[in-house]
Write a protein that binds this ligand. Structure first.
Ligand SMILES: [Mg+2]
Length: 260
């Protein structure tokens, strides 16, 4: 396990002070909100939300939430002004003076809509599968599917349906298969885009990124030595390149309180 990020607060506060600002990137599910069996019932921890609000008020820390959820869904679960929201793994970004939609991804909406209907049909006989249509991406969740054999069957059906369409690609996650436009874009590129945009306005600032998923590793990878990548988990669910860790969303909230 990498060292606990709570021990890096002083270093980060000093770096923020010296540079005049800090960019704080965060994943949502499993980072700001504990994972629950039904993704539609996930809620941000009140302590984490309060701390984010206080950080946003400081004026020297830019917050970017980067999630696999759709932009609208992500925003509706956090409801804070003055921060950046990057939904669908960064394919859609919105925040103070930044509005960006990935064009190629936008063009696959119709394909994904058709595929969502086909998946609903094909997976209807398996209890506990949820096909979530996020317009720019789809997620097939099976946190409620208990048997491993059934889980394998879900993954096979999803792959078979997806093969009939072009311009999309699949990624396997924890109890989920994500279907995305086959474009060279991910959380890391979205975070770097935001960082570059903010740098032009406010100058170079150190960056922190906190996340619990494999897809967050893409964001960790675009950080440099003087930045801070933080993986969430006790232990993390995968091999991570993160420099530090936090054990749970509760500990993320503590970390945020101390940054506030
Ligand atoms: Mg996550």
């Amino acid at each position: 396990m990498p060292p606990n990020a709570l021990n890096r607060i002083e270093v980060l506060n000093a770096a923020r002070c010296e540079a005049g600002s800090l960019l704080l990137g965060l994943d949502f599910d499993g980072t700001l909100a504990p994972i629950v069996p039904r993704p539609e019932l996930v809620a941000v921890l009140p302590a984490a939300r309060a701390a984010l609000g206080a950080i946003a008020q400081r004026g020297d820390t830019h917050i970017a939430l980067v999630s696999g959820r759709s932009l609208a869904d992500l925003r509706s679960r956090v409801v804070l002004d003055g921060i950046y929201y990057a939904g669908n793994h960064g394919l859609e970004i919105d925040g103070p003076d930044v509005h960006r939609m990935h064009e190629e991804a936008d063009a696959t909406r119709a394909t994904l809509q058709r595929l969502a209907r086909e998946l609903e049909q094909a997976l209807r006989s398996i209890d506990g599968v949820i096909v979530e249509d996020k317009t720019l991406t789809l997620s097939v969740h099976f946190r409620l599917v208990e048997e491993e054999a059934e889980e394998r069957r879900v993954r096979e059906i999803v792959r078979a349906c997806a093969r009939e369409h072009s311009g999309i690609r699949l990624t396997d996650g924890k109890k989920v298969v994500e279907i995305r436009p086959d474009v060279d874009w991910h959380k890391g590129r979205a975070f770097r885009f935001l960082r570059d945009t903010l740098e032009q306005r406010f100058g170079r600032a150190p960056a922190v990124f906190i996340g619990d998923d494999r897809t967050d590793e893409d964001a960790f990878r675009v950080l440099g030595d003087t930045d801070c990548s933080i993986v969430v988990g006790d232990p993390p669910q995968h091999e991570s390149i993160a420099q530090a860790c936090l054990r749970s969303p509760d500990e993320v909230a503590q970390f945020l309180q101390r940054l506030a």
